[in-house]
Design a protein around this ligand. Structure first.
Ligand code: F6P
Length: 533
């Protein structure tokens, strides 16, 4: 069936109904939470692939939720999701598919993307997992015969953030034989800071670059190879200390990487969506092949939910719609992510690239200019430290910043008082979400100050400074534990959320032309400087 002519989102009837609803009156979150409506509760409490979402602190009523779902339907989000998993060229400007879902669904029968893709994926997955497992077990000899004990991942953007985030998140599962390190910045100190502690004869570099042309990565790789050579590992001997992960094995071969070691992926895997491919090599080294398979299974479990769950109980779609409601109708230009587990320290930077490099666009898929807001500024950091850094602005600033709180329900740290630590951490997460939603009005503030023994004049002077408007929306996401399966489900949740928002905004989330101009200018400046240097 021919695709219908492109309709700008703001012309859709549901968009116009949402604009009307946003003009209000809209009940304050205090009111919405004080009178829990069972239907609203059930629409905003979801479970998928082991993850729990509590979205009751979003400023939405049932009419708003219905209009949001109408907008998804009018935008043909299900049909666009179907086109994506069938491997259609949904990345229109590059004429490519976007099949990262196939990387984690390669074992299913009759895959929507076709058996041929699954065969390719399985073959390459088994190849890189076998190599990673050897390293994980300390069974990869270096050029002196001593087993590799350190793996240094060299890459940037999607060739760094995904594996770095996942390795840290699953650090309780790392094997004893190998330690994994990450270097992304070509600032020499970033590499030296890692290498100065490592024994060269037991160190292997994974050079990750989809294009195998990224200047930062190639600079780091050259320095790494020089370091090996300066420590007695030269020429052919370097073959057991270098692994390339790329979509361009022709280029890695030209650079002298051993022909059996480039682990590949395909142009239909976007960098920011590539952790499921051989780009996740360092993760597989850290947690072993089975751990990596569990990570894939968690992502696939969320895929299944996204594809099969009805719109009114579809977690990625709901998160997308709530984010769009806050962005386009309640005027929030940014989205904060606040994990309450220190092992998720790299999660916000990971989602920042995924979301902002996908939806930081101003041109519709048909080439027409966008006239509405698109991707938010995604930022954040660990919530506990955030309470001592940026939560002041969230509570009393002039920005209204929706927050995604992420908690882990169970505690596995082998410390005698770990349960108490965990109680404190989760208590803070729950308290902050509640405080942002409810705030504290003048009457309650006056009572508090009076109870502190302040006189009326002082109370009157302080009230404007010590009241809290509240009404700040948030999602609370709960992982049962920090396992590969739960992490995979969480990552896929955000990938599908980003996709759904792009589908409604009518933009292409899979290209990134915006990163090109800076690179081009750098090369031009380099050429200009070259004659005199
Ligand atoms: O930031 C631009 C970008 O192309 C990202 O999309 C990508 O993840 C990163 O640079 C690294 O690219 P490559 O993997 O080709 O080195």
């Amino acid at each position: 069936m021919r695709e219908p002519r492109f309709t700008p989102p703001q012309q859709r009837p549901a968009w116009q109904r949402l604009a009307s609803l946003a003009r209000g009156p809209l009940p304050h979150l205090r009111e919405l939470l004080a009178q829990p409506c069972p239907q609203r509760q059930s629409r905003l409490h979801l479970e998928a692939a082991g993850i729990q979402l509590d979205a009751t602190r979003q400023q939405v009523t049932l009419p708003v939720l219905d209009a949001l779902n109408d907008l998804a339907r009018e935008s043909r989000v299900p049909e666009q999701a179907e086109a994506q998993r069938r491997g259609e060229p949904v990345n229109g400007t590059e004429g490519r598919a976007a099949l990262h879902v196939a990387l984690r669904g390669a074992d299913i029968d009759s895959p929507p993307w076709g058996a041929q893709v699954s065969t390719l994926v399985r073959a390459e997955r088994e190849r890189f997992l076998a190599a990673a497992e050897r390293l994980h077990r300390g069974q990869w000899p270096g050029h002196t015969g001593r087993p590799i004990a350190h793996v240094v991942n060299i890459g940037i953007g999607g060739s760094d953030l995904g594996p770095r985030m996942a390795c840290e998140a699953l650090s309780n599962l790392h094997g004893p034989a190998v330690r994994v390190h990450f270097v992304s910045n070509p600032d020499a100190w970033a590499l030296y800071e890692v290498l100065r502690h490592l024994p060269a004869d037991r160190t292997l570099f994974v050079v990750q670059s989809k294009s195998f042309t990224t200047q930062e990565t190639m600079t780091l790789a050259a320095s790494a190879r020089r370091w090996l050579a300066d420590h007695g590992c030269t020429g052919e001997a370097q073959a057991t200390h270098l692994v390339a992960v790329t979509a361009r094995p022709d280029l890695s071969a030209q650079e002298g990487y051993a022909p059996e070691h480039p682990f590949g992926f395909w142009d239909w895997v976007g960098g920011r969506y590539s952790v499921w491919s051989a780009i996740g090599f360092a993760l597989a080294v850290a947690i072993g092949a089975q751990g990596f398979r569990d990570f894939l299974a968690g992502g696939h479990a969320m895929d299944r939910h996204f594809w099969d769950a009805p719109a009114t109980s579809n977690m990625p779609l709901l998160m997308a719609l709530l984010g769009l409601w806050n962005r386009n109708f309640l005027g929030s230009p940014t989205q904060a992510i606040a994990p309450y587990a220190s092992r998720l320290v790299h999660f916000a930077p990971f989602v920042r690239q995924m979301d902002m490099e996908s939806n930081g666009k101003r041109t519709h898929v048909d080439g027409s200019p966008v006239e509405i807001d698109t991707g938010p500024i995604v930022w954040g950091g660990l919530g506990i430290e955030g309470q001592h850094a940026f939560f002041q602005l969230l509570h009393q600033g002039r920005h209204r910043v929706p927050v995604d709180f992420i908690g882990v329900a169970s505690e596995d740290t082998p410390l005698p008082l770990a349960a108490e630590h965990h109680r404190i951490v989760l208590l803070n997460m729950r308290a902050q979400a509640e405080a942002l939603a409810l705030g504290r009005d003048a009457e309650a503030t006056a009572a508090l100050l009076r109870a502190e023994g302040l006189d009326d004049t002082t109370i009157a002077a302080l009230i404007p400074h010590r009241t809290f408007a509240g009404n700040v929306p948030s999602n609370s996401l709960w992982l049962p534990a920090l396992t590969p399966h739960a992490l995979g489900a969480l990552v896929a949740l955000y990938e599908h959320k980003v996709f759904c928002q792009a589908a409604i905004w009518g933009i292409n989330p899979f290209d990134q032309w915006g990163v090109e101009l800076g690179k081009t200018m750098a090369r031009a400046m380099e050429r200009q400087a070259a004659p005199h240097s």
